[in-house]
Write a protein that binds this ligand. Structure first.
Ligand SMILES: NC(=O)c1ccc[n+]([C@@H]2O[C@H](COP(=O)([O-])OP(=O)(O)OC[C@H]3O[C@@H](n4cnc5c(N)ncnc54)[C@H](OP(=O)(O)O)[C@@H]3O)[C@@H](O)[C@H]2O)c1
Length: 245
């Protein structure tokens, strides 16, 4: 079988660690050229090294409009086009509502939701011109079900779903699709903070009996980025081992 992403240029935010890194490696493995974007240059550079091919590293704070604009211009200069944008960068600042600071609210909304808006806006013009493109936003089951202690995070992830569906409607006539992936509990730095006891309790609620791997999410993203998903838009693909079914 031919490589699924041969000749495609992909931008992945938060590509230096965890799920974003797995996405960058998986799509590169299928022949894509990958612009690896992230806050910490050393992290995205290490992903690029592992790809050892058509990939470049860009240091960018996704919440900063001028940095995002400059990075997207540079990516378009370097690669000539962008076929797929994966808005993956995200943070948590968990806390109960009554104790949540304004800055913890702002940091999470600015990174997870505004970051996706800024990258999507900056890259849409070139997708419109080429009359094709794929936008894939990494949401979360917290955005579907809510989660005590994560009102900021759940709001950002639910917001991403509304954003995805609106963008899907706006851009469909130009051959651009927009979809979201909603991961459950995936083993990364983000979930390492959970105690062993909490992880055991969680596993009992997950139908498949295990936490997910970053590669489980990367495979879902590969499907949505590939030609196999050309008739799929405005959807949320939940990848959670059956936790929320
Ligand atoms: N792990 C899970 O169980 C889970 C579940 C549902 C959804 N998700 C979502 O999946 C995505 C990836 O999560 P993960 O588990 O891989 O998290 P992670 O291991 O903590 O990695 C987060 C990535 O986002 C980047 N990032 C954070 N803030 C940024 C900013 N302002 N500008 C640019 N890059 C920034 C980080 O860059 P640095 O390396 O420079 O810090 C890092 O590469 C997130 O959107 C998360 O909400 C994760």
């Amino acid at each position: 079988m031919q490589n699924l992403m041969e000749g495609k240029v992909v931008v992945v935010t938060g590509a230096g660690r965890g799920i974003g890194k797995a996405i960058a490696l998986r799509l590169a493995g299928e022949g894509a050229s990958v612009a690896c974007c992230g806050r910490t240059l050393a992290n995205v550079e290490s992903t690029v090294k592992e790809i050892a091919g058509k990939a470049r590293a860009y240091a960018v704070d996704v919440a900063d409009g001028s940095q995002v604009g400059a990075t997207c211009e540079k990516v378009l200069q370097d690669f000539g086009r962008v076929d797929v944008l994966v808005n993956n960068a995200g943070v948590t600042r968990d806390g109960l509502l009554m104790r949540m600071s304004d800055s913890d609210w702002d940091t999470v909304l600015d990174t997870n939701l505004k970051g996706a808006f800024l990258f999507t806006k900056a890259l849409t013009r070139s997708m419109l011109k080429q009359r094709s493109g794929r936008i894939i936003n990494i949401s979360s089951i917290s955005g579907l079900t809510g989660n005590a202690g994560q009102s900021n995070y759940a709001a950002s992830k639910a917001g991403l779903i509304g954003f995805t569906k609106s963008v899907a409607r706006e851009l469909a006539s130009r051959g651009i699709t927009a979809n979201a992936v909603a991961p459950g509990f995936i083993v990364t730095d983000m979930t390492h903070v959970l105690s062993a006891e909490m992880q055991e309790q969680l596993k009992q609620r997950i139908a498949l009996g295990r936490l997910g791997a970053a590669e489980d999410i990367a495979n879902a993203v590969l499907f949505l980025a590939s030609d196999m998903a050309s008739y799929v838009t405005g959807q949320v693909l939940t990848v959670d081992g059956g936790l929320t079914m």
